[in-house]
Design a protein around this ligand. Structure first.
Ligand code: B12
Length: 366
């Protein structure tokens, strides 16, 4: 008899549940898969997680509004809960569950992408780890007090957004200074976890399955990471943080001049959430993320943090019918203000080069 597996039809049905915000149907579908013999881990990692990536693409392209994205994510969270309860019900947990060691899972400070850490938590539990999960945006202080109270063997730090890297670094340092090793993961740590290792993480894994493998291979985890963040870079970063309010004002004015039509006063121009002007709050958030990405790139001294963000920002503007060349104007406006920071200027020139290349590249048809 063939192994039960996740079919294309099941994927399409799950996508439809997310689009319709139909949590009952999503829970029924995913629980049925588990009771029919598909492993709970496969349902989480091969059905729910990739569906969330598609949710992100639909939001980024302007096809879905923020509200649709929120509703879909809520459905996915319910599905994760349903799958894990069903897995417990069908006694698919390994013998000695809860006895493999204690892991504390937390999102980095400022990080509200909780679902990746929720999936990680459940997959670790399915493999018999005793997991305590602190959820979104955990402050270094909160994390330290939890470490003291509960004495985990290892802390798992989740970071989805690269501009949160400097904050993730504080968490990594604080756990390691308390003698507790840190495993890291999430898209924010970059390709192959490059920035996780730069921040001194002891272990990194690209997904929850990889986390199980890494912890199994390296149990008990030990302190072995080493931060390569330079004191100069921390100083340049701190200066950017101090100047942030003034820089944000400067950028806001530059954006107003460069793209007067971009900032609308009442949100969507066509009421659909796509191809529209940005509201005041949205444009402030957009510019704030530009600054925070620049600061994070300065911190880890890697231009990819900034250029990857610029690539995202270009798509974001283009799908909202805005001229992406205004990003070059933004980079120049920042360079005018930051002429005393060679590290920031280096990042800005790399960003500018990248933007010019992108603007010069022939546009794909369609
Ligand atoms: C849902 C969602 C949200 C929700 C999150 C709700 C929630 N409860 O989680 C909300 C609405 C809060 C949100 C907000 C924002 N979001 Co959002 N979001 C997403 C979305 C669509 C899905 C995230 C998700 O659930 N992924 C599924 C999981 C399973 O992802 P995963 O990374 O593969 O997880 C695995 C691994 O990373 C790993 N892992 C994760 N953590 C750890 C930890 C350890 C220790 C280990 C070992 C492994 C590990 O294991 C996981 C399981 O295998 C993504 C799209 C995407 N591509 O992910 C955008 C996305 C991440 N968001 C994005 C953005 C821009 C934002 C906002 C800035 C938007 C805004 N205008 O405000 C804010 C920022 C909020 C904040 N400060 O955190 C962008 C980021 C772009 C960039 N520059 O990187 C994305 C990529 C969307 C896009 N395509 O543009 N978002």
């Amino acid at each position: 008899m063939s192994e039960p597996r996740i079919t294309e039809a099941a994927r399409a049905r799950f996508d439809a549940c997310l689009a319709d915000a139909d949590e009952d149907a999503a829970v029924e579908l995913t629980v049925d898969l588990v009771t029919s013999g598909v492993s709970a881990e496969d349902v989480l990692l091969r059905l729910v997680a990739p569906a969330q990536v598609r949710v992100g693409e639909r939001w980024e392209s302007g096809e879905w509004t923020v509200a649709q994205e929120h509703a879909a994510t809520h459905v996915s969270r319910k599905a994760v809960d349903g799958v894990t309860s069903a897995a417990r019900g069908t006694a698919r947990l390994p013998d000695g569950a809860g006895s493999r060691g204690h892991v504390l899972v937390a999102c980095s400070d400022g990080e509200w992408h909780v679902l990746p850490s929720q999936i990680l938590t459940e997959v670790l539990r399915l493999h018999g780890f005793d997991v305590r999960s602190l959820g979104g945006s955990v402050s270094p202080h909160g994390m330290l007090s939890d470490v003291h109270q509960n004495g985990p063997d290892v802390v798992a730090v989740s970071c989805t957004l690269p501009w949160n890297l400097p904050l993730a670094h504080r968490q990594i340092e604080i756990c390691r200074s308390a003698g507790v090793p840190v495993i890291t993961g999430g898209a924010g740590f970059g390709p192959e976890g490059t920035w996780a290792y730069a921040l001194g993480a002891d272990l990194y894994a690209a997904d929850a399955r990889g986390a199980v493998d890494a912890l199994t291979r390296h149990w008990p985890p030990v302190l072995r990471g080493e931060s390569s963040v330079e004191a100069d870079a921390v100083e340049a970063y701190a200066m950017l943080v101090r100047q942030r309010p003034g820089l944000l004002e400067h950028l806001t004015a530059a954006l107003r001049d460069a793209a007067p039509g971009l900032r609308g006063s009442s949100g969507t121009a066509d009421g659909t959430g796509s191809g529209s002007a940005m509201e005041h709050e949205e444009s402030t958030g957009f510019l704030g993320r530009l600054l925070d990405s620049l600061a994070a790139a300065v911190y880890v001294d890697d231009e990819r943090v900034f250029t990857r963000h610029l690539a995202f920002a270009r798509t974001y503007l283009t799908t909202r019918s805005a001229d992406s060349r205004c990003l070059i104007v933004m980079a120049d406006a920042l360079a005018d203000r930051l002429d005393e920071s060679p590290r920031a200027l280096d990042q800005l020139s790399a960003g500018r080069r990248f933007l010019v290349e992108q603007e010069d590249a022939p546009r794909r048809p369609g």
